[in-house]
Write a protein that binds this ligand. Structure first.
Ligand code: NAD
Length: 355
């Protein structure tokens, strides 16, 4: 017999291909007339295209979003929003741009419309991670959950295959940890299994043919489901460890998740057999860890943290930091086992469940 609490996050989702053109109507629906458009520098052209589409309802563009939401960047964007008397935010991009939008909303209460262009899933969560003085801190508030999310498959067609692969595995990680979450429930489990299934099928196809609209549509649908899992239940070892590693060594977010996931799942597998069975089924494999390994091989992703800039000296520090703030995990976290997990992930060695 199940006993659970399920709290649905209120958000309006518009999903499809070419849905960007519905942005002006969505802005009007919210009564917004002076929108500030956010993007990274690399996606400035997309930001300006959105501004053009909004016409008179656009107050300006801030194309300075960067990864891990540094407070200094938020303050700059905030000054622009104030100067332009913006009455809302449009964020076009991945988790970095969405994060900037959330950081502005946290401080101003401005409503947000998000146009996701990666599979990170931040648009579906009330969580914000901000970095100041090299330390990343996370907070959660229903005030910062984006009210309207427009998923347009066309916006993802140009996401480079390598980023698509790791971003998709980042999404799979949300669903995998949701399946053994302490506050998990049957609705989230359904979304998680379906999200992993859709992404695992679509990602290899995207790596081979990045403009395959059907595969892109499946991946974005899977990413939405995985994002909902991340927003609905608590995460454990995998997310806490990636958060520590990313914030401490300024590692790229999605690649860090991709490298750590097999190790974190192997560590937790003995304590979470039902979750592992669901992950295996979603991956179309008899075994979750073997299925994930096969997927990562097909995606040709990097497997060692040393390949993405983590220093060897960081292993001890990461182990210390990762046990400094205790959190719930299906299997108890021991420093020596965790240190070995980090060392193996650093070196790119195969994961082990018997650490
Ligand atoms: P990102 O937003 O930094 O994007 C990676 C790069 O790809 C950027 O240079 C971006 O401009 C570019 N890009 C994105 N979409 C593109 C497209 N369609 N075509 C071409 N280039 C494109 O990376 P991300 O992995 O999406 O987000 C990572 C950040 O999001 C981290 O700071 C992470 O902490 C945060 N995040 C937060 C949550 C949350 O719930 N709070 C969830 C996931 C990620």
């Amino acid at each position: 017999m199940h006993e659970f609490v399920y709290q649905a996050a209120p958000a309006r989702i518009v999903f499809g291909s070419g849905t960007l053109k519905r942005l002006p109507a969505e802005a009007e629906r919210l009564g917004l007339r002076r929108l500030l458009v956010l993007s990274t520098a690399g996606q400035a052209a997309q930001g300006w295209a959105v501004a053009e589409l909004l016409g008179g309802a656009c107050a300006g563009v801030f194309a300075g979003a960067v990864m891990h939401t540094p407070v200094a960047v938020t303050e700059k964007a905030l000054a622009v929003a104030t100067e332009l008397k913006a009455d809302g935010i449009v964020a076009i991009g991945g988790g970095s741009t969405t994060g900037l939008g959330k950081a502005i909303t946290l401080r101003t209460g401005l409503p947000q419309i998000v146009l996701p262009t990666t599979y990170a899933g931040s648009e579906m969560t009330p969580v914000l991670g901000e970095t100041a003085d090299g330390v990343k801190k996370t907070q959660s508030s229903s005030k910062i959950l984006p009210g309207t999310v427009i998923y347009d498959v066309e916006l993802t067609l140009g996401l480079p295959p390598a980023i698509s692969a790791t971003s998709g595995v980042n999404a799979i990680a949300h669903a995998a940890e949701a399946l053994y979450a302490r506050d998990g429930n049957p609705i989230v489990a359904l979304m998680a299994q379906e999200g992993i299934r859709a992404l695992a099928r679509a990602l290899p196809q995207i790596v081979e043919a990045p403009e395959d609209a059907e595969a892109r549509s499946d991946a974005l649908y899977g990413a939405w489901l995985c994002g909902m899992c991340l927003g609905a239940v608590g995460m454990a070892l995998h997310h806490k460890l990636c958060h520590t590693l990313g914030g401490s060594f300024d590692l790229p977010h999605a690649e860090t998740h991709t490298i750590v996931l097999p190790h974190a799942l192997a560590y937790n597998a003995p304590a979470a057999p039902q979750a592992m069975a669901r992950i295996a089924a979603a991956l179309g494999s008899d075994d979750a860890l073997a299925g994930l390994d096969e997927l990562l091989e097909r995606l040709q992703v990097k497997r060692g943290l040393k390949q993405i800039g983590m220093p060897a000296a960081g292993i001890e520090r990461a182990a210390d930091l990762a046990i400094a703030n205790p959190y719930w995990n299906p299997r108890a976290i021991e420093r020596s086992a965790l240190r070995e997990l980090i060392r193996r992930a650093y070196a790119g060695e195969p994961p082990r469940a018997d650490l």
